[in-house]
Design a binder for this molecule. Sequence first.
Ligand code: LLP
Length: 386
Amino acid sequence: MFTNDITNRFQQLETPFYYYDLNVLRNTLQACQTAANKYNFHVHYAMKANFNPKVLQAVQSYGFGADCVSGNEVKAAVEYGFGKDKVVFAGVGKSDREINYALDADIFCFNVESVQELLVINDLAAAKGKIANVAIRINPNVDAHTHHFITTGLEENKFGVNVWQLPDVADTLRNCKNLQLLGIHFHIGSQITDLETFKTLCTRVNELSEWFEQKGFNIKVLNVGGGLGVNYYSPDHDNVADFDAYFKVFSDFLNVKPNQEVHFELGRALVAQSASLIARVLYVKNGLKKNFLVLDAGMTELIRPMLYQAYHQIENLSQVAEAEKQPIKYDVVGPICESTDCFRKDVELPESFRGDLIAVRTAGAYGEVMASRYNLRDQVESVYSE
Ligand code: LLP
C-alpha cells in the first residue's frame, strides 16, 4: 500500500508514469547479493529486464555483473561502470558490428548460440588479433512449465545449440584459434516458480559439463541463466523473491569442481517489485453487460498483460477508503485502438470515477523497457521515490 504522502505526490503529477521505489530495489539487490555470496555464486543482471538509468546505477553499485543482449546493452554496461570482466554478451542474433564492439570493449565472455556464430566471432577476433572468450549456450530440452511465450529451453525454441550438435561444436572449437572456451550456458525460461524445474536443469548441466570435460575441454564457468519468478499475486508488493531457496537448489544439485564458477543471469527477480505503473481513469463506461474503466495508460506503457496474459494487481489509489464496500467488476482497458488493449477483465474494484489514480503493480521487470510509441503516444515517464 502506498502511504498518503506518496499518493498525494502522485496527485500532483501528470500520468501515466512508472513509479520506482528505490528502497524496494535496494532491499532486493542486497538480499540477492547476500544469498549469492553465501554460496560464492556470481550474478549477472539481465539488463533487458530494465535498463532505466537509476536501476542500472543501483544494480551496478551492489557489484552485479551485466548480462547483455545487444551492442547497445554492452555499451550501457560499460558506461554504467559494470567492470568489463563482468560483462557477458548473449543473444541468438548478434550482428558483426555488435560483435566487433564487444571485442573492442574486451568483455568477459560471448554466450554463443550456433556453430556459425562461433566461426563468425573467430574470424572477427582474428582480424583484431584477439582471443574471444566463449561459452556455449546449450538447449537442454528442459520444460520450464511457464507461459509458452517465455519458455526457451525446448528443442522447438530458437535458442542455443541442441545436444546432438555438440560434437560439431567441439570440432569447431578445436579448429578456431581465436576462441577460448570458458564454459557452458543455459537459460530455460522466465517467471519460473517451481524450483523443481531448476533441479532438472542441474542434472542436465552436470551431464553436459562432464561431456565437455571428457572431450578434453576445461569448463571454468557453469552459467545457469536466469528465470527465477516473482509473486505477482502477493498483497505485499514489496516482497522479495526467496533467493536463498533458489541458490540452495544449485548448491545442492550442481556438481561444481574446485576450479569452477557458477554464474547466474537474473532479471525479473531483481527488479519486478520495484516499480508500479501509475495511471488515471479517463472515462467510466457503464454498459449493460460490462463496465469499463478506460485508463490513460495501455499496452504502449505495459504490454505484458496483452502479450502473455500476464497478471498484475490493479488498485484504485483514490478509493482506498471504499475498498471494503461491495466491489464492482470492471474491464480495465487502455486508450489504444486495439481490442487486446485490456489490462484485465472483470477486475473487482471499489466504485471508480474519472480522475481516480490507478496502480498496476509489480511492473518493474519488462515494463518500461517494453513500452512503445504506437499511436504516436508520448514516451512513458519515470518518477522515483527520492
Ligand atoms: N538470460 C537469458 C539468456 C534470457 O533470455 C533471459 C530472459 C534472462 C537471462 C533473464 O530472465 P529472468 O531472470 O528475467 O526471467 N518479456 C517477458 C520475459 C522475457 C524473458 C527473456 N529472457 C516477460 O515480460 O515476462
